[in-house]
Design a protein around this ligand. Structure first.
Ligand code: KG4
Ligand code: ZN
Length: 345
C-alpha cells in the first residue's frame, strides 16, 4: 500500500511516498530555513507563501523519483495540525484537491503522531518495529511531550512542558548567545568547544508529574549573559552547560515515566532528538532500549506523515472534503469517536 505524505505545518515543505507505513520509496524536504534565518526565526506569512510556491513542484518531483503514477497510490495523508495556520492550510488544501481529482482517500494526520511514526520508517534494510507499551519523548520546536502508546494509534499524553518547548528554548538561548537560527544545531556546534560543567544551570522539575519547564533555565542564561561586557561572554561554555542541563531535565523526566509505566522501549523523536548530548545522556542512563529515528526523520518531513497515515487508516481514520487545518489539534483526536466526543470538528 503506497501513501503520499504531505507536510507543511511549519517551515519545511515536504512530501514522500512510503510503502505499508514503513519503507520510504522517495522523499523530498524543501527547507525554508535559509529564508527565515535572515529574520532570526520563522515568519508565518513568509512560510505560507513559500509553501504555495514549493509544494506542487515538491510533490511532482517525489512522484517522479518514486516512479509511481497516481493510480499506484492508495491514499494521501496530510498534516492537519498542530502548526502554523497559514502553512497548514496550504498542505490541507493541496491534499484535498489532489484527493478529489485523483479519487483517493484523504487521511488527516496529527503532526505529533507523524513525529512518533518516524520511529517505524526504514529505507533499505528493514528494522524491528518499536514495541508496546512504548514511551515517546517528542521534543520539537513547539512540543516537549511524553506520550504513552499501548498499541497502534493509542496515544495517552502523560507529560508536557509548562512553558517553552525544548527546541524553543534552544532557539531563544541561541539568539541570546548570538548564534543564529535554527538554534539547536548552532548551540550543539558551539558546545563542542565548551565544558558542560562550567556553569551549574538549574535543573527544574515539576514534582509528582512528568512535566518539564525551561523558562527558569532561559532566565538564568539571560541574567548571566548580562553580566559580561558585549562580546565577552564565554559562549562555548554557556552553550555546553545549557545543552547539558536541557538534556538532563529531559532524560531524568523520561526515565522516571518509563520506569513507572514499565515500558518496553523509549522512542525519542522531533527536531531536538537530533541533539547528540541528549542521545548520549539517554543512551548512558536508560535501562530500557532507546530508539532514535535517523536525524533526517527527526526534523519535519513527509515520510513520517505518510507512515502515520498508514497506521491511521488502519485504525479507521479518514477525512472528507470538509477537512480543515487545526493549528491547535491535540494528539489522539483524529479517531472519529473521540472527535465527536470532543466536539472539536
Ligand atoms: O521537529 P522540528 O523540525 O519542527 C517542529 O515541529 O517544531 O523541530 C525543530 C526544532 C528547532 O527548535 C531546532 O532548534 C531543534 O528542533 N533542533 C535541535 C537540533 N536540531 C534541531 N535542537 C537541539 N539539537 C539539535 N541538534
Ligand atoms: Zn515537527
Amino acid at each position: 500500500m503506497l501513501i503520499l505524505g504531505i507536510e507543511t505545518s511549519c517551515d519545511e515543505t515536504a512530501a514522500a511516498i512510503v510503502e505499508d507505513g514503513r519503507r520510504v520509496i522517495a522523499e523530498i524536504v524543501a527547507s525554508q530555513a535559509a529564508v527565515h534565518a535572515q529574520f532570526g526565526g520563522v515568519v508565518p506569512e513568509v512560510a505560507s507563501r513559500q509553501h504555495i510556491q514549493l509544494l506542487i513542484p515538491v510533490i511532482e518531483e517525489v512522484m517522479r523519483q518514486a516512479a509511481v503514477d497516481w493510480s499506484d497510490l492508495s491514499a494521501i495523508a496530510v498534516t492537519a495540525g498542530p502548526g502554523l495556520a497559514g502553512s497548514l492550510l496550504v498542505g490541507v488544501n493541496v491534499a484535498k484537491a489532489l484527493a478529489l481529482a485523483q479519487k483517493l482517500p484523504l487521511i488527516p494526520v496529527n503532526h505529533l503522531a507523524g513525529h512518533i511514526y518516524a520511529g517505524w520508517l526504514y529505507d533499505e534494510v528493514p528494522t524491528p518495529e518499536p514495541r508496546f507499551p512504548l514511551l515517546c519523548l517528542i521534543v520539537s520546536g513547539a512540543h516537549s511531550d511524553l506520550v504513552l502508546m499501548s498499541g497502534h494509534w493509542q496515544f495517552q499524553r502523560i507529560g508536557r512542558t509548562r512553558d517553552d518547548a525544548a527546541g524553543e528554548a534552544f532557539d531563544k538561548v541561541a539568539r541570546l548567545l548570538g548564534l543564529g537560527y535554527p538554534g539547536g544545531p548552532a548551540i550543539q556546534r558551539a558546545a563542542a568547544a565548551g565544558s558542560p560543567d562550567a556553569i551549574p544551570f538549574p535543573r527544574s522539575s515539576v514534582p509528582g508529574r512528568y512535566d518539564v519547564s525551561f523558562s527558569g533555565l532561559k532566565t538564568a542564561m539571560r541574567r548571566l549573559i548580562a553580566r559580561y561586557p558585549a562580546g565577552e561572554a564565554p559562549v562555548a561554555d554557556l552553550a555546553a552547560s545549557f545543552q547539558a542541563a536541557v538534556a538532563e531535565v529531559l532524560t531524568t523526566n523520561a526515565l522516571r515515566a518509563a520506569a513507572e509505566h514499565d515500558v518496553a522501549e523509549l522512542l525519542v523523536c522531533g527536531g531536538v532528538a537530533a541533539n547528540l548530548e541528549l542521545r548520549r545522556q539517554l543512551g548512558a542512563r536508560s535501562p530500557v532500549p532507546v530508539r532514535w529515528p535517523p536525524v533526517r526523520w527527526c526534523t519535519d518531513n513527509g515520510a513520517m506523515i505518510a507512515a502515520a497515515g498508514y497506521f491511521a487508516s488502519r485504525a479507521g481514520v479518514r477525512a472528507d472534503f470538509s477537512l480543515d487545518a487545526d493549528p491547535a489539534l491535540t494528539l489522539g483526536t483524529e479517531r472519529p469517536e473521540e472527535r465527536d466526543a470532543l466536539g472539536t470538528h
